[in-house]
Ligand binder design. Structure first.
Ligand code: SAM
Length: 121
């Protein structure tokens, strides 16, 4: 997780204003993402965070809703859909923890992630 947190600091240093936008591809039960959100809240207590978790499984979406414990400045949105069909305003952070290898063509997933990220993401 240490490398991960260093990456968070690097990307955050390139976005000095406004909200941090975080997208989790295949968010699952949300427990891993709790660590990411709490790292952001600890390092940047005054910054607002918009988190979008996406998962094809309705069961996991419900678990993520139950498990995610947003801090004071975090908005949570959970979408039950295939992330390959997702389009949105760009994100500072796109997390795909243990989810790309489920795709028939992981390269499609990587390209989608790149399309969802801001230039500094
Ligand atoms: C092994 S779990 C990982 C969950 C979480 N990221 C973690 O690290 O604990 C993989 C998740 O990806 C989801 N998933 C697989 N393919 C997906 C797709 N095309 N779009 C959205 N979610 C997907 C599965 O439903 C599952 O919840």
């Amino acid at each position: 997780m240490k490398v991960f947190y260093e990456k968070i600091k690097l990307v955050a240093s390139r976005n000095q204003e406004g909200s941090f936008r975080v997208c989790s591809i295949g968010c699952g039960d949300g427990l891993v993402d709790n660590d990411i959100l709490s790292a952001l809240a600890t390092e940047y207590p005054d910054r607002h965070v918009q988190y979008v978790g996406i998962d094809v499984s309705e069961t996991y979406c419900q678990l993520a809703k139950d498990n995610l414990k947003p801090g004071r400045n975090v908005d949570i949105s959970i979408l039950n859909q295939n992330f390959l069909n997702f389009s949105s305003e760009a994100f500072d952070f796109v997390v795909a923890m243990h989810s790309l290898y489920y795709l028939p063509c992981p390269e499609d997933g990587v390209n989608k992630i790149l399309s969802l990220m801001k230039d500094h993401g």
